[in-house]
Design a protein around this ligand. Structure first.
Ligand SMILES: Cc1cc2nc3c(=O)[nH]c(=O)nc-3n(C[C@H](O)[C@H](O)[C@H](O)COP(=O)(O)OP(=O)(O)OC[C@H]3O[C@@H](n4cnc5c(N)ncnc54)[C@H](O)[C@@H]3O)c2cc1C
Length: 427
């Protein structure tokens, strides 16, 4: 017998848990289908200040405050020779009691808290359940087919399905909407250290971005339980120069390229495996089609450099929750209904994307932009902190004095019925 819901969500990561919590709180009948059994490992551990708003919207702030997650007040940049910038403290610009303090999380624990929160709000969650395909009636998505851990395959139906499947990009991949970023094609190699050196007091949770040659960089993210997440990101051809292939060898060669990283790791010990990821930067051509909405990484992911992924995933989860509630309440789940959602997300992604591109340009430095235009400091801070939906035109003009910036990508519009016909004619 087919089961019926108001909304089905594919994936119970931050985007799915956030959208699911909001929809369930509004009283909709919500089903989250999650392939893994939580707690499960995930990369993406450093939050940025403007994650606060979505977390507050779904009632997560008290849970975050009573968690053991290390508090993050700042970001610091370190040159190759170990010279360190002053920590940039968020409280120099934002409210100390709210946005100015964020967290370094262990994703297994953080995602569990988020998923449990969605459950508490009334969402039904089925873990160890994999979505295999979208059910279609004409060009409308009317539900999904899923398989649970016992091997039982079944169908579930709803007027709207939210694809929150993260890097799987379930719908974008199957529909041929997935587009790689024209320039962001880096490789990340990372592991975990126990007992290595970290700052003290409010500097304990400082994120350090430490440079290696060729615009490569390390992240150094102190976590609780005396663990540090540490990884290097660069072009594949740089990391594998001279034929090096083993992630462990690549990682340790780069450790010696930055004096601060070398010194901080020298007193700790690596624990566990070495992870590698590539080809993670991508965008979906469309944000929606009839009965389908893309959320979080399933819609777009840029680059780890400014730790914007979880903020964008939660923000899109929040926006999607509100937009789907309106759609269900008005009985209009057409793709066009989600055009404002798609535009808002693309605006945020494009703003962040410009700053990511600038970062990877050899001729760019934040310091130089700010020396030329001191007013740029506040705008740069806002964008890096995740306040991404504002007018940065002046900032882009100032940065273009140093390096070129990319045009906006023409993606994110919903694939409505009218658009589908146009595409069919032009194909
Ligand atoms: C190297 C690297 C470093 C990063 N560092 C940071 C950082 O420091 N800070 C930050 O904010 N972000 C970081 N990110 C980004 C961050 O990991 C993501 O942006 C974030 O996890 C996106 O959340 P999401 O909910 O969209 O997807 P996910 O968190 O990936 O959740 C998707 C869920 O969907 C489930 N799923 C997938 N397919 C199916 C299916 N067919 N059926 C059922 N379930 C399914 C998966 O099991 C998963 O639980 C980093 C990314 C990379 C690659």
């Amino acid at each position: 017998m087919t089961e019926n819901y108001d909304a089905i969500l594919i994936g119970g990561g931050p985007s799915g848990s956030c959208a699911g919590a909001i929809l369930a709180e509004y009283g909709h009948k919500v089903l989250i289908l999650e392939r893994e059994k939580f707690p499960r490992y995930h990369i993406g551990e450093s939050l940025i200040p403007f994650t606060f708003g979505p977390l507050e919207r779904i009632g997560m702030i008290p849970k975050m405050r009573s968690s053991g997650f290390v508090k993050k007040y700042s970001v610091t940049f370190v040159q190759r020779d170990g010279r360190r910038s002053q920590p940039f403290y968020f409280f120099n610009r934002y409210d100390r009691a709210t946005v100015a303090q964020t967290w370094q999380v262990l994703r297994s624990e953080f995602d569990q808290l988020l998923l449990d929160n969605a459950r508490e709000k009334g969402a039904e969650v089925r873990e160890e359940t994999t979505v295999n395909r979208l059910l279609m009636e004409g060009d409308r998505v009317v539900g999904v087919e899923a398989t649970d851990k016992s091997g039982r395959t079944y169908e579930v139906r709803a007027p709207i399905t939210l694809d929150c499947s993260g890097k799987e990009a379930f719908a974008a991949n199957r529909r041929g909407w997935r587009k790689s970023d024209p320039y962001l094609n880096k490789v990340a190699v990372w592991t975990y250290y126990r007992g290595s050196k970290r700052g003290e007091g409010i500097d304990e949770g400082d994120t350090t971005v430490a440079y290696v040659p060729d615009k490569g960089w390390f992240w150094h993210i102190p976590q609780h339980n005396n663990m540090v997440s540490v990884g290097v990101v660069a072009e594949g051809k740089y990391l594998t120069r001279d034929g090096l292939r083993e992630p462990k060898d690549i990682f340790h060669r780069e450790v010696n390229q930055n004096e601060w990283i070398r010194e901080h790791l020298s007193v700790g010990e690596p624990v566990g495996k070495y992870f590698v990821m590539s080809e993670y930067s991508r965008h979906s051509r469309h944000c929606a089609s009839p009965g389908l909405l893309l959320v979080g990484d399933a819609f777009a992911f840029l680059d780890p450099v400014f730790s914007s992924g979880v903020m964008l995933a939660l923000k899109s989860g929040q926006l999607a929750g509100e937009a789907v509630h309106t759609a269900l309440a008005t009985g209009d789940v057409s793709a066009e209904q989600f055009a404002p959602y798609g535009r808002m997300l693309r605006e945020g992604v494009e703003n962040m994307r410009k700053l990511v591109y600038a970062f990877y340009e050899p001729a760019f430095s934040f310091r130089e932009v700010i020396e030329r235009h001191p007013e740029a400091a506040g705008l740069i801070t806002d964008c890096l902190s995740g306040d991404v939906n504002k007018d940065f035109t002046q900032l882009w003009d100032w940065i273009r004095e140093l390096v070129p910036l990319p045009d906006d990508l023409p993606y994110g519009e919903p694939l409505g019925e009218a658009k589908a016909e146009c595409d069919a004619v032009s194909a």
